[in-house]
Design a protein around this ligand. Structure first.
Ligand SMILES: Nc1ncnc2c1ncn2[C@@H]1O[C@H](COP(=O)(O)OP(=O)(O)OP(=O)(O)O)[C@@H](O)[C@H]1O
Ligand SMILES: [Mg+2]
Length: 157
């Protein structure tokens, strides 16, 4: 894993990984950068490693073991209680891949989830304008050939 540039006052972070385990490790590091409340889009093609990254984030927050974090494709939402610097963090892992309309999305009640201690990570969230508007940043994962992935984290204010 190479931990590359931290650009523009730490708002953009780039990493390159070469295995799933590497990406879990990046997730562990990222957890320390993500101060709640935060709603992040998890972007990337099918199978690039979005859920894998959440495993590391959940572990670092003492919210779940990596193997307990599974894809919320069918359940839409998984919630884990964790902590960061002794303060509680509610980690919400959401996957809206199967949702087709803003109306279906309303049933999720995203606004109610975004409490001051919430870290909301939404796979395929960029599909919906209403989620893009609420997002405080994004994590984009791109395939870089074979098992290599480029992970770019952009945090707005
Ligand atoms: N560098 C890497 N980073 C992350 N995962 C990798 C990497 N190399 C190989 N993999 C494998 O790719 C798969 C990624 O699956 P994962 O479920 O995390 O993807 P996803 O982006 O959440 O997919 P989906 O859009 O279907 O939800 C895992 O099987 C993982 O082991
Ligand atoms: Mg996934």
């Amino acid at each position: 894993m190479s931990d590359a540039a931290s650009v523009a006052e730490g708002r953009i972070h780039e990493f390159t990984t070469h295995s799933g385990a590497d990406t879990v490790e990046v997730g562990r590091k990222l957890a320390m950068l993500l101060r709640p409340p935060q709603l992040l889009l998890l972007r990337g093609e099918l199978g690039t490693g979005k859920t894998t990254l959440v495993k590391g984030i959940a572990e670092a927050l003492d919210a779940a073991q990596a193997d307990e974090v599974t894809s919320p494709t069918f359940t839409l939402l998984h919630e884990y209680g964790g902590q960061r610097d002794g303060k509680p963090v509610q980690l919400y892992h959401i996957d809206v891949y199967r949702l087709e309309s803003e109306r279906q999305l309303e049933t999720l009640g995203l606004d109610e989830l975004l409490t001051p201690d919430a870290l909301v990570l939404v796979e395929w969230g960029d599909k919906f304008k209403s989620i893009r508007k609420k997002a405080t940043g994004e994590i984009a994962i791109e395939s870089a050939g074979g098992d290599a992935r480029k992970i770019t984290v952009t945090l707005r204010d």
